[in-house]
Design a protein around this ligand. Sequence first.
Ligand SMILES: [Zn+2]
Length: 60
Amino acid sequence: MEKVEKKCIVCERNEDQIPLVKFDYKQTYFWICPQHIPVIIHNPEQLEGKVSGAENFEAG
Ligand SMILES: [Zn+2]
């Protein structure tokens, strides 16, 4: 599993600045702050290029 920097993938704030939630996805994982969790739900296209496979979040 590749090393993932512990910071929100959207705003890049780290755990010293804001609580972070870990998301496991496929063979990797990423961190996101509670403020940006809605991005995953409503605007996953914003995560393309940040998380591999983000374009598939809406599948199913
Ligand atoms: Zn954030």
